[in-house]
Design a protein around this ligand. Structure first.
Ligand code: GLN
Length: 457
């Protein structure tokens, strides 16, 4: 099959099916077919990479030269970047064919893809019961598109769980790499010290192929780490005999329903059959992760989002009376409720009188959480837990209660505060809805995580 045929097939499928899911914000049909044609020529000339002519999609947070990049916000509804993110450029250079940009929570703030200015995304799972469920978030568009087989792979980002939680809720495989492994250049910033680009696909093998293209040092990102990139597919088949698995006892608490726990424990048993050993470990400060995150992430967001003022680029209100009126109305009209809530919380936490009490305190807690992981990885190779406390919930169920929504991240957020890599792998079903197993590794252990996930699949 040629890339043009394959691309056409996926585009047709998106046009037929995506009305039900709303997983795409923008479809780049013409560009995709032109890229596919060029890829077929490259292949014929013997210049193919593993990605030449392969269709995929980008989360609409990655800047794409000449293609509108909205970040799920009215603020960027008509923003067409004049440059590519490094991640975008890497896929382009590898000859991959981008079909379009996927839906997401506004500025990646959320766990359900309901806060998008372009409407909520619906999870392909659970539709049979007549109830529309969330795909998780913020990368819910990418996750739903992969789950509905509208694309074989999609990029995503994870600041507090936005790759792993939607991957779990949609029954696919996702990887958040070590902070600094994938360039953040051209990836619209939410909380810069936590944001990390990563991968979503059906299998660990496909995630490995994606990471091969995405990982690497980038001088344009000051937090990018200069370290050799292995071939992540090379070690997928290593035997797991002797792998030491730790189960953090704080992640198997009363908050976890017995049916969810059973699925996760069954998955761990499969690993034992593959020769792994299992022991309980402790992350004593894990319980503080949500509180610390919801100070640090909004603080950084309030600084990052100050650039959207109507003067530089993006949305500007109609007929401003003066400069102040332009700033205030532009921001009042351009941002949605959740984004405003974060800006308010973040500005408060950073203000002179409260900085020590909130922001500084949260940074200290963050260091303790990081130390917990460092200690755990002296004892074991990987940690395993559920990815989310429950399977996909019904749309609208948590939208009026931000704190319940924030609790969706209870098992994922500590990982971002520490900067370590983690995956979510499909691990069975509860009430017909997919459940994810989270596998957490030490810094730069992506190859080991992918290996562990691949052996399980
Ligand atoms: N749900 C978390 C939040 O709302 C994480 C989002 C993310 O990882 N981008 O901040």
């Amino acid at each position: 099959i040629s890339s043009v045929e394959l691309t056409q097939q996926f585009l047709d499928r998106i046009k037929q099916e995506d009305g039900r899911f709303n997983s795409f914000i923008t479809l780049t049909e013409e560009q995709a077919l032109a890229d596919a044609k060029a890829a077929d020529e490259q292949r014929a000339a013997g210049n193919a990479t593993p990605w030449t002519g392969v269709p995929f999609a980008h989360k609409d947070i990655f800047c794409t030269n000449g293609v509108r990049t909205t970040c799920g916000s009215k603020m960027l509804e008509n923003f067409v970047p004049p440059y590519d993110a490094t991640v975008t450029e890497n896929f382009r250079k590898a000859g991959a064919v981008c079909l379009g940009k996927t839906n997401m929570d506004e500025f990646a703030m959320g766990s359900s893809t309901e806060s998008s200015y372009f409407g909520a995304t619906t999870n392909p799972w659970g539709l049979g019961e007549g109830e529309k469920r969330v795909p998780g978030g913020s990368s819910g568009g990418s996750a739903a598109a992969v789950a509905a087989r509208l694309v074989p792979a999609a990029t995503a980002t994870d600041t507090g769980g936005s790759i792993r939680q939607p991957a779990a809720l949609c029954g696919i495989t996702g990887l958040k790499p070590t902070y600094g492994r994938v360039s953040r250049y051209g990836m619209i910033a939410f909380a810069s010290s936590l944001d990390q680009g990563g991968t979503m696909a059906r299998t660990a093998e496909d995630n490995a192929l994606m990471l091969n293209v995405m990982a690497g040092f980038d001088p344009k990102d000051s937090t990018s780490i200069d370290r050799a990139v292995p071939d992540y597919t090379a070690t997928l088949n290593e035997p797991l005999k002797g792998l030491k698995i730790g189960l953090p006892k704080e992640y198997f608490s009363d908050q976890l329903s017995p049916t969810m726990e059973e699925q996760v424990r069954n998955a761990v048993k499969e690993y034992e059959k593959l020769g792994a050993t299992v022991k309980e470990v402790s992350l004593p400060n894990a319980k503080l992760a949500i509180a610390a995150y919801y100070v640090i992430a909004p603080a950084e967001a309030s600084a990052n989002l100050s650039r959207f003022d109507g003067a530089r680029y993006g949305y500007r209100c109609d007929d401003p009376k003066d400069l102040m009126d332009m700033y205030t109305r532009t921001r009042a009209e351009g941002f949605g409720t959740e984004v405003k809530r974060r800006i308010l919380v973040g500005t408060y936490a950073l203000s002179a009188g409260y900085f020590d009490a909130y922001y500084l305190k949260a940074q200290k807690v963050r260091r303790l959480i990081q130390q917990d992981f460092i200690n755990a990885f002296k004892e074991v190779d990987v940690l395993m837990s559920p990815t989310s406390p429950s399977p996909a919930f019904v749309q609208g169920e948590k939208t009026n209660d931000p704190v319940t929504m924030y609790l969706e991240d209870i098992f994922t957020i500590a990982v971002n505060l520490a900067g370590v890599p983690a995956m979510s792998v499909p691990a069975g079903f509860v009430n017909g809805l997919p459940v994810g197993l989270q596998i957490i590794g030490d810094y730069f252990s992506e190859a080991r995580l992918l290996n562990a996930a691949h052996q399980f699949q």
